[in-house]
Design a protein around this ligand. Sequence first.
Ligand SMILES: *Cc1c(COP(=O)(O)O)cnc(C)c1O
Length: 338
Amino acid sequence: MQPIDLRSDTVTRPTPAMREAMLRADVGDDVYGEDPTVNALQQRLADELGFQAGLFAPSGTQANLLALLSHCQRGDEYLVGMDAHTYKYEGGGAAVFGSIQPQPLPHAADGTLSLETVEQAIKPHDPHFARTRLLCLENTWHGRPLPHDYLEAARSLCDRRGLSLHLDGARVYNAAVAQAVPVRNIAGLFDSVSVCLSKGLGAPVGSVLLGPRGLIEEARRWRKVAGGGMRQAGMLAAAGLYALDHHVARLADDHRRAAELAQGLRGLPGIEVVAQHTNMVFLDLADGRVAVLKDRLEAEGIRIAAGYGTRLRLVTHLDVDDHAVARTVAAFTRFAKG
Ligand SMILES: *Cc1c(COP(=O)(O)O)cnc(C)c1O
């Protein structure tokens, strides 16, 4: 029986065709800027998202860190959601490596940060305070694409108050596909964007940071400092290029399957479908049953991520087909009714 892994869209393995593309990649030393495949990937994403330049990084965490280090100096501050990846799940990197102070803010139910709250958090010019430089948003947020008019309002606020605006766009292609807009319509509202190739796009490694040339040059310096300068990285970049050619439109299949999964689980006793957006389904389970469910599913070859408390997250991706969705619904049904 094929194992089904619903913990995250990071678990995908490169397809045979992607591996072929990696094998064939033309390579050079990327620390010297001489890897043609890395350069092609960076340029391709810069063009597609509407930026001057891009920088290939080993992970999304590093791409976001490079953005923070390039936008902010020591003693500067960034405004960020208190549950955002760039605040909560990156080891406090901006503070650790950059002496940059985060100002975490609460999220509304739809994941947005109230722009009134953002504005109130901007510090006056006064030596008592850190210098507020940057607002960071995340799209998709727990699978949810942020509304376009919200992003536009955030852009005007940043323009009006002299802040830069960074997007953690780990899953920005999911947002673009779900909203049926070109990805540059979203990305173009930001001063910089990080994109993960190793989530729903299905590459084994890598993220790209996009921005204006000066910012990307600064980020290139920080990437070397952080130990992220890779040599013949074109073999990895080739996987990213392959993903951009072949795995973007199919994100709609992941979204459809997540919707079918949510539909199949709705109404099962003891299981509440809390939300489904793009490729993610969130469930709430009667207390104490999470561990039992996890073990039962594991025995049937299905892996899920237990979050905090009674909350569960299921994520669809390249390695989850229609049959896997049906098998998962059947296993949950046996658990709920058994
Ligand atoms: C996965 C992810 C990242 C980057 O994570 P890495 O594992 O370092 O590539 C950043 N932001 C969000 C929202 C993510 O889901």
